[in-house]
Design a binder for this molecule. Sequence first.
Ligand code: BES
Ligand code: ZN
Length: 479
Amino acid sequence: MVNEAALDAFYKTVDQNQDDYVERLREAVAIPSISSMVDHRDDVVRMSHWLTSLFEKLGIKYEVRDIGSHVMDNVDLKLPPIILGTYGNDPNKKTILVYGHYDVQPALLEDGWSSKPFDMIESPKGQLIGRGASDDKGPIIGWLNAIEAHQNAEIDFPVNLKICFEGMEENGSEGLEKLIANEADKYFKGVDAVCISDNYWLGVTKPCLTYGLRGICAYKVTVCGPGKDLHSGVFGGTVHEPMTDLFHLFSKLVTPNGDILIPGINDDVAPLTDEENQAYQSLEFSLSELHSAIESKTNIYDNEIETLQHRWRYPSLSIHGIEGAFSSSGFKTVLPAKVSGKFSIRIVPNMEPKRVDELVEKFLKDEFAKLGSKNTLSTECLHSGKAWLANPNHWNYVAASKAVERIFKCKPDLTREGGSIPVTLTFQDALNKNVLLLPMGRGDDGAHSINEKLDRSNYIQGIKLFGAYLHEIASCKAE
Ligand code: BES
Ligand code: ZN
């Protein structure tokens, strides 16, 4: 039985302290912990210190795990540490493992933000705007606020919590898989289920629980030519140009309608079953919500179901950018000597990263050979992770569903998503436990985009949701 009086006291405390929670998020957003930029690595480490001082304040036992170094942009860098926390150790309680990430995507005012990305502001509509507000600082701080609110309300914490916060999620989670494999029987021993809040509602009004994600294979394709950048007036027309080669290659990867042209890539895609198809019919999702999330009407499919299927259960290929090419305003009549194009393929059940790598490499090599260029081509897989699917009938999901009903007075949608969190599958396989994604933010939060935000109400209700979920876990029967 859930202790209703305790939960009510918890909700009240969360409401009373909400301004402090917002200030806490503001402090965290102010640390530009961008994991993919060499110059910001110290900030990522600073963010880990910020978190451990909060752990100390809240009496959470922790270990800061050094996971070695890696090379990024030809620089040898220490990887940001993984923070492991333990809150409570009562053999009569269930143990829930909470994962989140304290690194963020890059953000510049010049990208089109309407306010400075690392100075969080609150809009008149109650949107907390700043890089990382929704992905994933709001959610990770949400768990810590939930702990604090139990302390302030002087109520018993319903479960033992294990915490795993990393600082490399946006950059391929390097080092994490190994740590989890090593710690499965040690630090993570005794974990009954896993909860991750690093995704978003489908739309803007209804909460969801998410039981599937696409995986990812990320590539960097480099074409090298002249020994240095050249004047295009002097050398244009007389040398093979790396940019021209790269454009030819990239134009062959995918059609403007999103069809991937790499032969064999769709062969392993799990077929759509009738049962699965049926599940799409009852979801609350409208194209108008999609239009507001993308701030345009540039959708490929003109119906909701195909849109969701292509987001959740079919692969996609996106071209992200070109390193080495002139990209500033103004006009530079240059012929870049070396360019690297970056693209990724979101992969789905039953695609295997190794097979995808083989197909991609062969395709690019064959197509490059057809160009007859004297330049050289190299393809590098930067990181990869398989798709993830969990059992949404598990007690972990039942508890979360009841918690959603408590806070939002409706049953959550059961969704899959198109983004990737490689650690979902790692935890599921290494610990052999159920993994649940319990989002805090809305579908229009703009993660990875400009003006990323978390609605104040989602933040505050999200803290309550996390607490209610843990209370439901404590009172549910584990089969
Ligand atoms: N929070 C996202 C994952 C996500 C996105 C879940 C959309 C559900 C819907 C996460 O922080 C993220 O962006 N991950 C990267 C992983 C990649 C770098 C391996 C991603 O999906 O691009
Ligand atoms: Zn995230």
